[in-house]
Write a protein that binds this ligand. Structure first.
Ligand code: PMP
Length: 423
């Protein structure tokens, strides 16, 4: 199996070379945002200093070069998730992508797109299914869509160990279900959900599937067409790329019939004062001036990941996560969230520290140069499900090492003694 030399790769990440609060930075918050290697920063710099121009318009040389860079980037990022270029819509991030889909479905219900896209229209009593473990970005857009259309929102529950209750899923997904939106990997639990089983349940009743691939895209080999989902989203900044760019993948027949969400320049054929014709996908969903430099940066990030090897990355992170688990379970008062026996996982652990608020724990770790995320991680209902309001999350990326994990374990074992909580 391919291995990864994380210690060598770290040299590509300028931000990791610093001290924080007098300690070497231990960055364990890549689940919130990852760091960028020089290659990504350089690709954006080269584009901005050599070829920057608005794309798909203008006859000048730079405009043509910028368009080539932009469309080449699309092909690279689409290929990374097993898709064809025209199946990849640039979005600013997963939040925009899920809102785009929800608003487009709303437009299929009531907007001018309605006649051509009747297959997506919702009627009162139709059901939208999501899960108890979603990030707010894959929950609230569906709450709003339900409120606008009279559809009913239902949830697939989770077991105490964080795995989805698939028996319940088979009941919740019914003939009334029109949309099933779920995450590939929860940003709190790290468990890889059974995408194919959920897709099969949805397909049985003809429901549209929407996958949140934010936490899987940087860590797992992804073949979205093979997974069978209709639509999927991911964010560039979580996969070594820039902010402000991400991908919305769609099956061709879905993108071709889904009405647009945002309208304006760059997505039209002919326009009169009274009406407009729309371009085919992906341009139909890309109104306005696009994040061109960020798209070029994201392609460089994907290339960096491919050069390191996505399977080697997954194996490296799994090894570190196993080491982290082994250490954490030995520390008195630490409760792991989603510690499901035998579950396939990516490299992150969230935990509760008995008797210490997550924010206090986070500050204690920060004082030792260790960056973790504390709070509900935009998954308040999931924390409520576990009877807590906040947790500490340590999330890994390819540049983390055993030393990072050991520094975390050493520091976590000092939290409860520091706050005077008895073991
Ligand atoms: N879904 C999941 C699972 C996430 O972890 C995140 C980011 N924390 C999002 C959606 C939202 O991504 P963004 O903030 O990049 O839009």
């Amino acid at each position: 199996p391919a291995t990864l030399d994380a210690a060598a790769l770290r040299a590509d990440f300028p931000i990791l070379q610093q001290q924080v609060n007098g300690h070497p930075l231990v960055y364990l918050d890549s689940g919130a945002t990852s760091q960028r290697p020089r290659q990504v920063l350089q690709a954006e710099y080269d584009f901005l200093t050599g070829a920057n121009a608005a794309v798909h318009r203008g006859a000048h040389t730079l405009a043509a070069e910028a368009t080539d860079h932009f469309e080449d980037a699309r092909a690279v990022v689409a290929g990374f998730v097993g898709a064809r270029p025209e199946q990849l819509v640039w979005i600013s991030g997963a939040t925009l992508g899920i809102n785009l889909v929800a608003y487009a479905i709303g437009n299929a219900t009531a907007g001018r797109g309605a006649p051509a896209s009747a297959r997506f229209a919702l009627a009162p009593g139709d059901e939208i299914v999501t899960t108890e473990i979603e990030h707010h970005a894959n929950l609230i857009p569906w709450q709003e869509l339900a409120a606008r259309t009279g559809a009913v929102l239902r949830h697939i529950p989770a077991h105490d160990d964080g795995t989805l209750d698939m028996d319940a899923a088979a009941e919740v997904i019914s003939e009334r279900t029109r949309i099933v939106a779920f995450t590939h990997v929860s940003n709190v639990l790290g468990i890889i959900n059974p995408v194919e089983d959920l897709v099969a349940l949805a397909q049985r009743v003809g429901a549209l599937t929407v996958l949140d691939a934010c936490q899987s895209a940087p860590h797992l080999r992804l073949d979205l067409p093979a997974l069978g989902v209709d639509l999927a989203v991911f964010s560039g900044h979580k996969m070594l790329g820039p902010y402000g760019v991400g991908g919305l993948y769609g099956r061709s027949d879905v993108l071709e019939t889904l009405p647009p969400f945002l309208t304006g320049g760059s997505m039209i054929t002919t326009v009169t004062l009274d009406e407009a014709g729309y371009l085919p996908p992906p341009q139909r969903f890309e109104a306005g001036t696009q994040p061109i430099g960020p798209a070029v940066g994201l392609a460089a990030a994907v290339t960096y990941i491919q050069d390191a090897g996505i399977d080697a990355i997954h194996a490296h992170e799994a090894r570190l996560a196993a080491r982290m688990r082994e250490g954490l379970v030995q520390i008195p008062g630490i409760r792991l969230l989603g510690d499901a026996p035998g579950a396939e996982r990516v490299g992150l652990w969230s935990f509760d520290v008995d008797g210490v608020h997550a924010h206090d724990a986070g500050q204690f770790l920060d004082a030792q140069g260790i960056a973790v995320r504390v709070g509900h991680h935009c998954a308040a209902p999931l924390h409520r499900r576990f009877g807590i309001t906040a947790s500490v999350r340590a999330s890994l990326a390819l540049y983390n090492t055993e030393d990072d994990v050991d520094a975390l374990l050493d520091a976590v074992s000092g939290i409860r003694p520091y706050f005077g909580v008895n073991a």
